[in-house]
Design a protein around this ligand. Structure first.
Ligand code: BES
Ligand code: ZN
Ligand code: ZN
Length: 445
């Protein structure tokens, strides 16, 4: 959708009014080319939701252009409109285009910067959705790496990728075990944005399982569908790198993507195997479906060794079904050892329109991942507190001196939308992109 800022002359086209006082949610008068959308409250999310609602209504009308009439919240309205008008039609032989092509905004509101910010953030989020929604046969680890490489070229980011041989040399036995049974080889991608006047340095680590069949601990058929979305963490990191480089934030950010496919085969890793991670810790495999934490273990160790100086290390992962059970499908679960850092992310969530909450670790949960034969087990002794035991597992791969810099985001709930909500349509939501971009933006101020 093209956004045009116009001076005074109003085009003779549909006008969308965003108003506080309306007896119902919306009022559409197609004859007189007027659409009224009610704004529930004065917060930014109310404006985004209203923008999204307008798109929902206009999806089945044939207006090609519209003027947005609102003196307030224009940045959020546009963000909601751009997110709400996203459609994934790549595999349709007759794709239905979203009818609206041009949006006019009146310059008298003084909107240039706000519009630029809204479009950058929404486009980065929609870009992430495209990667996640693409089928697993197409978005293999190597092909996600190519998407990252193309972004690096376009946006002037550093790009490098470890292949199987490099990862063997780096002794990433846990990561390699997960990818071994797939004919699509794994890869560990590093993307870096290094501005001249950096105020802080952040490491981002994304879980990029381009498919999670569960491995030999095979998922039941109904749980396996949607598992193309197990690359949502890595895809979010790509989207964040796009957003922060286009917003030219004064924060250095290095992203690491752990890309692999968890499959079955004669050479598959097995429950009962013991793997040695890059930091020397041995892991008893109790369930090959708890694969994300194995990929992340080596990726986290590698990230801390390759970029030893940093202020924050944040991982983003569709890590546990338990996260969806505990807080629902709309909310990201943040975990870590530093309450102030968690608080910072909660603020970024609120400002960006992403829902996020926290749950606390404790010593008894940690005992659940003890192993009789190795240093640690890849699943908890009980199913209870599954997101927290997964988080505590990751914590074993964060150096002691970095514990307070680390935050783990489990996006298993909001990453993939099976019943649409808010301005999110069926499929990927781009969870993490807007929140973490907001978090980073605050560090640069
Ligand atoms: N990718 C899944 C987690 C997941 C589940 C994400 C549902 C999105 C929706 C992860 O690899 C997994 O399978 N986790 C297991 C862990 C268990 C075996 C300890 C789970 O959550 O059941
Ligand atoms: Zn799994
Ligand atoms: Zn997984």
């Amino acid at each position: 959708m093209k956004i045009e800022i116009i001076k005074s002359q109003k085009p003779k086209t549909l006008k969308i009014y965003f108003v506080k006082k309306l007896e119902r949610d919306s009022l559409f008068l197609p004859e007189s080319k007027k659409l009224y959308i009610k704004i529930e409250n004065s917060d930014s999310e109310s404006y985004r939701l209203a923008g999204g609602k307008a798109m929902k209504i206009l999806e089945n009308e044939d207006f090609k252009s519209a003027v947005v009439e609102s003196s307030k919240g224009i940045q959020y309205i546009i963000e909601g409109m751009l997110l709400g008008s996203y459609r994934f039609t790549k595999y349709k032989s007759k794709p239905k285009k979203f009818p609206l092509e041009r949006l006019f905004i009146r310059a008298e509101y003084g909107v240039e910067d706000a519009i630029k910010r809204a479009t950058t953030i929404a486009e980065a989020t929609n870009f992430t959705k495209d990667i996640i929604n693409s089928m697993p046969n197409e978005m293999t680890p190597q092909n996600v790496s190519k998407v990252a490489e193309e972004l690096a070229k376009a946006n002037n980011l550093e790009f490098s990728a470890l292949q199987v041989k490099d990862m063997e040399r780096e002794r990433m036995e846990a990561f390699l075990a997960v990818g071994r049974a797939s004919s699509n080889p794994p890869t560990l991608v590093k993307l870096a944005y290094r501005p001249a006047n950096s105020k802080k340095r952040v490491l981002l680590i994304g879980k990029g399982l381009t498919y999670d069949s569960g491995g030999l601990s095979l998922k039941p058929a109904t749980a396996m569908t949607t598992m193309k979305s197990d690359k949502s963490g890595a895809s979010a990191v790509i989207g964040i790198m796009k957003a922060i480089s286009e917003l030219k934030l004064d924060v250095e950010v290095v992203g690491f993507l752990g890309l692999a496919e968890n499959m079955v085969g004669g050479n598959a890793y097995k429950p009962d195997d013991i793997l040695r991670a890059k930091n020397g810790k041995t892991i008893e495999v109790k369930n090959t479906d708890a694969e994300g934490r194995l990929v992340l273990a080596d990726t986290l160790v590698y990230a801390q060794e390759s970029e030893p100086e940093f202020d924050y290390i944040i991982d983003i992962a569709t890590l546990t079904g338990a996260a969806v059970i505990s807080v629902g499908e709309f909310t990201t679960l943040a975990m870590g050892h530093n309450d102030k850092l968690k608080e910072k992310m909660l603020k970024a969530g609120e400002k960006s329109g992403e829902l996020v909450t926290t749950l606390p670790f404790n010593r008894y949960l940690k005992e659940l991942i003890e192993s009789k034969v190795a240093d640690i087990s890849n699943t908890g002794a009980t199913r209870y507190g599954g997101s927290l035991t997964a988080g505590l597992f990751l914590s074993e791969f964060i150096k002691e001196e970095n514990h307070n810099k680390w935050l783990h985001l489990d996006i298993a709930g909001p990453a993939y939308v099976e019943r649409e909500w808010g301005y999110n349509q069926f499929g990927a939501s781009g969870a993490g992109v807007r929140m973490v971009t907001e978090f980073i933006e605050r560090l640069g101020k």
